[in-house]
Design a protein around this ligand. Structure first.
Ligand SMILES: NC(=O)c1ccc[n+]([C@@H]2O[C@H](COP(=O)([O-])OP(=O)(O)OC[C@H]3O[C@@H](n4cnc5c(N)ncnc54)[C@H](O)[C@@H]3O)[C@@H](O)[C@H]2O)c1
Length: 379
């Protein structure tokens, strides 16, 4: 069995799907590992380190052949059409792959008769935790969010009792206490801030409290949906939530927003008017910026000013810590692919709940309804 790691081509993508320390683990389960020259460059993994770990380095000129002969191709982002359509029949491509936004990849996999396993659709069950790349990368983004806020805030995070007087700790409010939110809470706590958090899922309250933060309870119905995810809000509930959250926003020095509803545009939790109630110099970090934004007016990849408050819009945040983001991602790939290895061959067994969930294309057949519609719409 041969696994190929192509270089990522999307601008701003600095992660890589394989790191040298994981090459040997693939060798142990029966793979020859091939890595495109320079693929690990942005994650500080050199061709020599991959070679030392037992991988083969593939030159750019040899990539067409390498794609056509690989049994598995692992990348962070979906392959573009040209590369996906070159795969051999029955080959498995594993990456993040959105059903609609990545229609070109899906079309390529269909045309090649290949299989596409997407981390975006991996069932979030305990057996799949070691394969859960959404979780591993959310951990990186949550950690970064707290560091960005601490860096941009013109005052301290921790309490300081000095001979020159006492400095009160920063008040950090985290909206959305999923994987990224909890990591933002943990990191802000470690930096010494006074942290509070809100989430529409009551189940998150114990997790927030276990990190030493205060859970904000609003007099509103809970929005627990299926699979432990949130449900979408009605506009009326959204308005009520914003009204009830406003005093908490006003009191905060830092607001970090991480709220998402699967398959939907991110809900607007904080309006421009709410930001305007914050003290001058306060900082807002909107991790949901790339999917519409939790903060009205936030722009992905930019810092905007609302009055004297700076609003940082997230873009490719996990790529800002490419070393550990790639290491965790490579382990997620290993654990997912190991599930599909049977007696030295790749078998994507759709009877397995995990493989069934994430195989959005199987041997050229598009299995995801939204992906099918998106592909038909384009060609
Ligand atoms: N393998 C597993 O068992 C596994 C792995 C990861 C996550 N999970 C669970 O999945 C759930 C969601 O995790 P996630 O981080 O991927 O979520 P997510 O990225 O989809 O959303 C982030 C958070 O935003 C919250 N949110 C949505 N709308 C909101 C609103 N209007 N106001 C405030 N908050 C709002 C959600 O409840 C969620 O906690 C959690 O229960 C988590 O524990 C399970």
């Amino acid at each position: 069995m041969r696994i190929l790691i192509p270089a990522e081509v999307r601008p701003g993508e600095h992660r890589v799907a394989m790191v040298p320390s994981v090459v040997r683990k693939f060798t142990q389960i029966g793979f020859d590992v091939a890595v495109q020259s320079g693929a690990g460059r942005h994650a500080f993994a050199s061709d020599q380190e991959y070679l030392d770990a037992g991988a083969e380095i593939v030159s750019d000129e040899s990539m067409a052949d390498a794609l056509a002969t690989a049994d598995v191709v692992a990348s962070v982002r979906g392959l573009d059409y040209a590369r996906a359509s070159r795969l051999k029949k029955g080959a498995v491509a594993v990456s993040f792959l959105a059903a609609v936004a990545d229609a070109d990849t899906v079309r390529g996999l269909r045309d090649a008769g290949a299989t596409g396993l997407s981390f975006d659709f991996l069932p979030r069950i305990s057996r799949a935790q070691s394969m859960d790349a959404l979780t591993s990368q959310a951990l990186v983004t949550g950690y970064r969010a707290a560091l960005v806020a601490a860096d941009r805030l013109p005052s301290f995070f921790p309490l300081f009792m000095t001979a020159a007087g006492t400095i009160q700790p920063a008040k950090v409010l985290v909206l959305g206490a999923g994987v990224a939110g909890l990591q933002a809470i943990a990191t802000a706590k470690r930096l010494g801030a006074k942290v509070s958090a809100y989430d529409v899922r009551p189940a998150s309250a114990d997790e927030v409290k276990s990190m030493g933060a205060t859970f904000i309870t609003l007099d509103l119905e809970a929005l627990e949906g299926s699979g432990g995810y949130a449900r979408e809000m009605t506009e009326e509930r959204a308005n009520q939530q914003r009204d009830l959250l406003t005093p908490h926003i006003t009191a905060a020095d830092v607001v970090i927003t991480t709220a998402a509803v699967p398959g939907r545009t991110a809900p607007v939790l904080v309006t421009r008017a709410m930001v305007e109630t914050m003290k001058p110099g306060s900082v807002v970090v909107d991790l949901a910026s790339e999917t519409g934004g939790n903060v009205e007016g936030s722009v992905s990849g930019e810092v905007i000013q609302i009055g004297e408050v700076s609003v940082w819009g997230a873009k490719d945040v996990a790529s800002e810590m490419p070393v550990h983001a790639s290491q965790l991602y490579a382990m997620n790939v290993l654990n997912l692919i190991a599930l599909a290895v049977k007696d030295g061959e790749i078998v994507v067994d759709l009877e397995d709940e995990v493989l069934d969930g994430c195989a959005i294309v199987c041997n050229g057949e598009i299995r995801n309804e939204f992906a099918r519609e998106a592909v038909q719409g384009g060609a």
